[in-house]
Design a protein around this ligand. Structure first.
Ligand SMILES: NC(=O)c1ccc[n+]([C@@H]2O[C@H](COP(=O)([O-])OP(=O)(O)OC[C@H]3O[C@@H](n4cnc5c(N)ncnc54)[C@H](O)[C@@H]3O)[C@@H](O)[C@H]2O)c1
Length: 327
């Protein structure tokens, strides 16, 4: 089975590539080739199958066509300009998040073999804010350009599925925590920072109040959902290719409680609060809870507890993050 990861050099793309290399198989079938595609060619690593690492722009149809060669059965489309960056630079967001998805659609269509496409949409494609509990058939009324671009991408891929060009599963990812490395340009960067920075021995200021709730998942859950989306029988989905996966609603206070349980009160005390209007205005529109009944019925596994999530970061990513940041 040939697989392509667009955005393969990013946080989730790298984790997914590592998981595929570890497993060597997908859905019980051997992986016969993996292409990683990102703005800069992702670094190669040891894998039990041929690995291609390509650099290019996902909005460039020729580059995307090269990244999705004939015989490709599964395409993970993760390449994106993330929330605050797409809000700050409207043109760049439209180019990458919209034109990029159109290029992916065209390349998959040109194969003529209906590849499975897993598209990472986002909780940010919904509105409603803190009060909302989004039902499975909730409307996407985004309060930011990134969310609008993701919602449009979903519709395009859903329609391409109906036309028989490809076979899409659009996963509306919760905010993934704990993100390793450094703070980034996602408006939700603080969600990871309030756990990661104290575990690195560093102080951080949270830009939203402690009672602020976020719909979250762990990188481990995201990986399970990606693999399930790549291998599940999609006939039960019908025309509706959007999935609200079973994440978890968590306030910042609950995250800090979990941090304290795992790492002690000294870690907890490294987090202060400094309200940031710009960040708050973006994240305040995102719903903090979903029903997610349909995803459970379709076999998407439940998110682990916050304590387990903190332990998982320590096991999977803390040492590498420390090394990367020279700490
Ligand atoms: N991490 C989260 O909390 C979260 C939540 C919801 C949705 N998502 C979505 O999941 C996907 C992966 O997220 P992530 O956290 O790994 O983000 P990331 O920023 O680490 O990875 C995205 C990758 O896309 C690449 N990219 C950007 N512009 C590109 C272009 N023009 N051509 C080719 N590649 C380009 C970036 O270089 C980056 O490596 C994204 O689509 C994101 O919108 C993530």
């Amino acid at each position: 089975m040939k697989i392509t990861i667009l955005g393969g050099g990013g946080f989730l793309g790298r984790k997914l590539a590592a998981r595929l290399a570890k497993d060597g198989t997908l859905g019980g079938r051997p992986i016969t080739g993996l292409t990683l595609f990102d703005l800069a060619a992702p670094a190669a690593f040891a894998a039990p199958f041929p690995l291609r690492c390509l650099g290019g722009d996902v909005a460039d149809p020729a580059a995307v066509a090269e990244a999705i060669p004939p015989g490709t059965e599964v395409v993970f489309h993760l390449a994106a300009v993330v929330s605050a960056a797409a809000e700050a630079d409207y043109d760049l967001g439209m180019k990458v998040n919209l034109q990029g998805t159109l290029a992916v659609l065209a390349a998959c269509r040109a194969l003529g073999t209906k590849p499975r496409v897993i598209f990472t949409s986002s909780v940010a494609s919904f509105g409603g804010g803190q009060e909302a509990v989004v039902p499975d058939d909730g409307r996407q009324v985004p309060t930011n350009s990134y969310g609008a671009q993701k919602a449009i991408g979903e519709l395009l891929l859903q329609d391409a599925t109906r036309k028989g060009f490809l076979d899409a599963v659009n996963i509306r990812l919760p905010t993934v925590m704990v993100r390793p490395g450094r703070p980034n340009k996602a408006a939700s960067s603080f969600v990871s920072a309030v756990v990661r920075e104290p575990l690195l021995g560093l102080s951080t200021d949270c830009p939203v109040p402690p009672e602020f709730a976020v719909w979250i998942c762990s990188p481990r859950s995201a990986m399970e959902w990606f693999l399930h989306a790549a291998t599940m029988d999609t006939s039960g989905m019908g025309i509706d290719r959007g999935i609200n996966p079973p994440g978890r609603s968590a306030t910042v206070a609950k995250m800090l409680e979990a941090l304290e349980t795992v790492a002690g009160s000294a870690a907890r005390e490294k987090v202060g609060f400094a309200f940031d209007r710009e960040v708050f205005d973006i994240v305040a529109g995102w719903p903090a809870a979903f029903d997610a009944t349909r995803a459970r019925r379709l076999g998407f596994v439940e998110q682990e507890s916050l304590e387990d999530l903190v332990h998982a970061f320590i096991e999977d990513d803390l040492a590498a993050t420390r090394a990367e940041r020279g700490l």
